[in-house]
Design a protein around this ligand. Sequence first.
Ligand code: KDG
Ligand code: MG
Length: 403
Amino acid sequence: MKIIDARVVVSSPGRNYVTLVIETEDGVVGVGDATLNGRELAVASYLRDHVCPLLVGRDARRIEDTWQYLYKGAYWRRGPVTMTAIAAVDIALWDIKGKLAGLPVYELLGGAARDGVMVYCHASGSTLDELSADFQRHLDLGYLAIRAQAAIPGLEKTYGIAPTDGTIYEPASGNAPQEDIWESGYYLDFAPQMMARLRSEFGYEVHLLHDAHHRLTPIEAARLGASLEPYRMFWIEDPTPAEDQSAFRLIRQHTTTPIAVGEVFNSIWDCQQLITERLIDYIRTAVSHAGGITHLRRIFALADLYGVRSGSHGAGDLSPISLAAALHVDLSIPNFGVQEYMGHRDPVGNVFDVGYTFRDGYMHPGDQPGLGVTFDEKAAARYPYDPKYLPVNRRRDGSVHDW
Ligand code: KDG
Ligand code: MG
């Protein structure tokens, strides 16, 4: 089953997506997501210039061999660009394998280990009243787990606040990074007030999540975790920049608030210390940034040994192909925790036709052969690439801070 073509499509149906299309001699087509927000063309070039020529003529059925060939064969290992490119190939090959077998990918991964995949959505507001209204709206939609973010008084701009015009929160913009000001002190005082308000209004039944987005020092993160303990969080996410893995030892010494980390990780080696030292509770690696289905399963298997659950990244800057691939993995692994689901708004639906469904707080990848996502290349051509950058944070003194 030879691969006869591998092509990269960069399009922007509302936001930028890089899609890899692999075609076999029998006319079976598989698709993979190669989107890396703000660095899209680097992955497109890695694939077009260095990977696609190697794929033509290879056996599409040999997924593990192709993964090892691309990872070990590059000599230069890991990193977001490399691992996103390998992920796109891997996801597309699993899609092809499912189509060849006439089975949804989750069946090839061992079958369903649960009936549905609990997802969490994003609620936000520029005031606590607005957050409350948005929280209620998501409860009414059936969500059982909700991430809450509100604008921090005293700061002009806060991460994670969606516009009120119904559009999705999308931080990337313009021809250069927008610059925001960050002040940890305001945030640390405000975060417990936000959670107190939500718990007093909505009770303790709903799972409550929050993203600190890598901004705190270890001792500040410890303070945040301790101050949120009364509100029994499902997790706090990315309290500190996660490349400093031993920082989590300090956080752990001070708080029992569960911790989720890993959306910027690309490989099992990035997570190894956090998992094996039991420094986190949820590992958030994304299927499209951490080497695809093959490698993500390896990460989750390691996590399972140490009582760490999955909580895959699922922001809107990952295409519907990523979400579908994540759902197939989520449905089949023993240590699933929760799946992020920001959703995609039109015109994304004009380009990606999806088989996954949402009902009563749970998603299901559907039972179409493969991933269950059809990518319309002609429609994608109507939405040309639109260069955008993620923002940069500065402190008041002008120094660059983690965003
Ligand atoms: O591109 C960056 C986003 O994916 C990230 O800011 C979203 O932190 C995020 C989340 O938890 O969804
Ligand atoms: Mg996050």
